[in-house]
Design a protein around this ligand. Structure first.
Ligand code: NAD
Length: 355
């Protein structure tokens, strides 16, 4: 028998190719006339083009967003927003730029329009992670939800194939954990399965031909669905581990997710057979773990945390940290098998479902 609570997040979604040109109308619709455009330093040129398109509705550009949303950067951006008298935010970029927009919105209440250029999914969630004094803290509040999200497939065409693959698997991770979430529900399960299907179908084509617009469209559609899953239900072991590893050893976000996902799913598989069956169906394979392994091989992604900068002595520290704060997971968290999960992910060894 079904029994669930479903909370939808209010957002207006504009999706397609060339949808960037609708930004001035979307700003007008919200009554915004002095927008501050945000980007990373790497995407400054994209930000300038967006500001040019906005014309007199652009108050300025802050091209200083960086990974993990440091509060010091937010303070700089806030000073610029105040000086310019900004009445809204346009974030053009991946999770790092969206995070800065959310951090500004939290402190000022300024409305946000987000133009996502990766598959991280932050634009669809009420979650904000911020870093101060080397510690990343996450909070969930509707105050950071963007009001309008413009997905323009064209903005993703230049995302390098390696980052595209890792970012896409980051999105798949949101959907996979949504399928066994404690507060899961039928709508989220539908979105999760469809999101995994769309991304698994599109990502190999992107790695082969990064400017394949059809494949890019499929991946961005999947990322939207997976972002909604992340925004709607609670995450478990996989996200907890990635948060701990990323924060403790300053590892790149999407690559960490890509390496850890098969191991976290292998740990949880015995306790979540229905979720595994739905993941397998979405991947078009006999079983979830081999289907994911096949996909990762086709995407030619890195498979060991040691390849992305984790130190060998970090295995024990990560295990200690991951069990320090109790959190819900479909399978009880025990130190010995969890340490083995982390060790295997560190070494790049195949996952084991019998730990
Ligand atoms: P990112 O935003 O850091 O982008 C990675 C790099 O790719 C940057 O240099 C960026 O400028 C560049 N880039 C992005 N799009 C590009 C494009 N189309 N063409 C060329 N270069 C492009 O990476 P990310 O993985 O999207 O975001 C990671 C951050 O987002 C982390 O801090 C993570 O914690 C956060 N995040 C938050 C949530 C949430 O719900 N709060 C969800 C997912 C990720």
């Amino acid at each position: 028998m079904h029994e669930f609570v479903y909370q939808a997040s209010p957002a207006r979604i504009v999706f397609g190719s060339g949808t960037l040109k609708r930004l001035p109308d979307e700003a007008e619709r919200l009554g915004l006339r002095r927008l501050l455009v945000l980007t990373t330093p790497e995407q400054e040129a994209q930000g300038r083009a967006v500001a040019k398109l906005l014309g007199t509705a652009a108050a300025g550009l802050f091209p200083g967003a960086v990974m993990h949303t440091p509060v010091s950067v937010t303070e700089q951006a806030l000073a610029v927003a105040t000086e310019l008298g900004a009445d809204g935010i346009v974030a053009v970029g991946g999770g790092s730029t969206t995070g800065l927009g959310k951090a500004i919105a939290l402190r000022t209440g300024l409305p946000q329009i987000v133009l996502p250029t990766t598959y991280a999914g932050s634009e669809m969630t009420p979650i904000l992670g911020e870093t101060a004094d080397g510690v990343k803290k996450t909070q969930t509040t509707a105050k950071v939800l963007p009001g309008t999200v413009i997905y323009d497939v064209d903005l993703t065409l230049g995302l390098p194939p390696g980052i595209s693959a890792a970012s896409g698997v980051n999105a798949i991770a949101h959907a996979a954990e949504a399928l066994y979430a404690r507060d899961g529900n039928p709508i989220v399960a539908l979105m999760a399965e469809e999101g995994i299907r769309a991304l698994a179908g599109a990502l190999p084509g992107i790695v082969e031909e990064p400017r394949d617009a059809e494949a890019r469209s499929g991946a961005l559609y999947g990322a939207w669905l997976c972002g909604m899953c992340l925004g709607a239900v609670g995450m478990a072991l996989h996200h907890k581990l990635c948060h701990t590893l990323g924060g403790s050893f300053d590892l790149p976000h999407a690559e960490t997710h890509t390496i850890v996902l098969p191991h976290a799913l292998a740990y949880n598989a015995p306790a979540a057979p229905q979720a595994m069956a739905r993941i397998a169906a979405a991947l078009g394979s006999e079983d979830a773990l081999s289907g994911l392994d096949d996909l990762l091989e086709r995407l030619q992604v890195k498979r060991g945390l040691k390849q992305i900068g984790m130190p060998a002595q970090g295995v024990d520290r990560a295990a200690d940290l991951a069990i320090a704060n109790p959190y819900w997971n479909p399978r009880a968290i025990e130190r010995a098998p969890l340490r083995e999960v982390i060790r295997r992910a560190y070494a790049g060894e195949p996952p084991r479902a019998d730990l």
